[in-house]
Design a protein around this ligand. Structure first.
Ligand code: PMV
Length: 347
């Protein structure tokens, strides 16, 4: 590429929510256990990278025009790793434009959508720079492999619907270094799963997930946790195949409670739940006992994801408005659902 040229690539990539949680990892971003997630639709990141050659400069110059952007440090760490894998970017400068569809810092796994969108732009640019165009399946697998180095959960955002990351004997072709699409094993009734994200707090996470993962190395329950994740995965796969919403829900809730229990019982333990998260979890359980088809899950933060089938949308929205909204910060609920995966952006 010469000095007057500029190339650009833009991608929209969704966030995802784990039903079986990834918590704990080994060197090289190898997950301690397999995880299962659903790709979202309305919670996404859109990123565009402009690449050019500027004399005596190289690397990431700015994010949204800001040279000292708070994400630059994390992004640069990942980019330094990427440069060794894809050296064609050596000596080039990058300007990044990015935005999230969801309010900043609502803890809605912005690292998953952010790193997957960033990786897709980089690999798209790499194919423009080298004129090597991978078949679509390989391109997305490489994007999954690569984005995992920025944020583990990002590698699950590359596919639509349901995705598994981590080696398991239950799925041929599953891997610790990229995720796989498992939609051909899912009952059609599970294709319209809804997720209302109840935003309890939009404050940034008090504990970085990298610290949380590392605390699992010394955790007294780590062995039992890995065994549990494998058996939960087997149950969740059966529930997805049979269209058994109730069974999937009971596993997902147990996973959320396990995640927070592991966080609390780690050395230097933390409580990431808010009193309002607990209230929401109790109300959801009571509503289920009253016949409403709902379950919850949470990431490593206080916000609650309320899951339900599309057929129950009207009654669940009514329940949210009447009983759950008072626990949400500024009445914020993001209505989301199972999504289609990443999309390229037009120029
Ligand atoms: O991708 P990371 O390193 O931010 O870790 C994500 C961990 C959880 O969100 C708590 C669980 C998961 O599987 O997404």
């Amino acid at each position: 590429m010469d000095e007057k040229e500029m190339l650009s690539a833009g991608w929209r990539s969704p966030s995802n929510i784990a039903l079986i949680k990834y918590w704990g990892k080994r060197e090289g971003q190898i997950p301690a256990n397999p995880s299962l997630s659903m790709t979202l639709s309305q919670a996404f990141t859109e990123t565009r990278i402009m690449v050019s050659r500027t004399p005596e400069m190289s690397g990431i110059m700015s994010i949204n025009g800001v040279k000292a952007h708070p994400f630059l440090l994390k992004l640069n760490l990942f980019y330094q790793w990427f440069l060794k894998e894809v050296p064609v970017f050596n000596g080039l400068t990058l300007q990044i434009q990015t935005r999230n569809s969801f309010p900043h810092s609502t803890g809605i796994a912005s690292s998953a959508s952010g790193f997957s969108a960033f990786t897709l732009c980089l690999l798209d640019l790499a194919s423009k720079l080298t004129q090597v165009h991978l078949p679509e399946e390989h391109f997305f697998q490489l994007a999954s492999y690569t984005s995992r180095m920025g944020s583990g959960s990002a590698c699950r955002s590359l596919y639509s619907g349901y995705t598994v990351w981590g080696r398991t004997t239950l799925i041929d072709g599953s891997s610790d270094v990229f995720s796989v699409d498992i939609n051909d094993r899912v009952n059609r009734t599970m294709e319209k799963l809804q997720d209302a994200i109840l935003v309890v707090s939009s404050k940034p996470k008090s504990v970085a997930s990298s610290l949380g993962h590392s605390r699992m190395n010394q955790h007294p329950f780590s062995g039992a946790r890995v065994d549990q994740a494998h058996s939960h995965l087997a149950e969740a796969l059966t529930a997805l195949k049979q269209g058994d919403f109730e069974h999937l829900g009971s596993i997902a809730e147990n996973e959320a409670l396990t995640l927070h229990a592991l966080i609390m019982t780690s050395r230097g333990g933390d409580i990431l739940l808010d009193p309002k998260s607990l209230l929401l979890m109790q109300r959801i359980k009571q509503a289920r006992a009253g016949g409403l088809p709902v379950f919850y899950t949470l990431d490593a933060g206080p916000n609650v994801h309320l899951m339900y089938p599309q057929s129950a949308s009207a009654s669940v929205r009514d329940f949210i408005q009447k009983e759950l909204i008072p626990c949400c910060e500024n009445n914020l609920v993001i209505y989301d659902h199972l999504g289609m995966g990443p999309q390229t952006l037009k120029n």
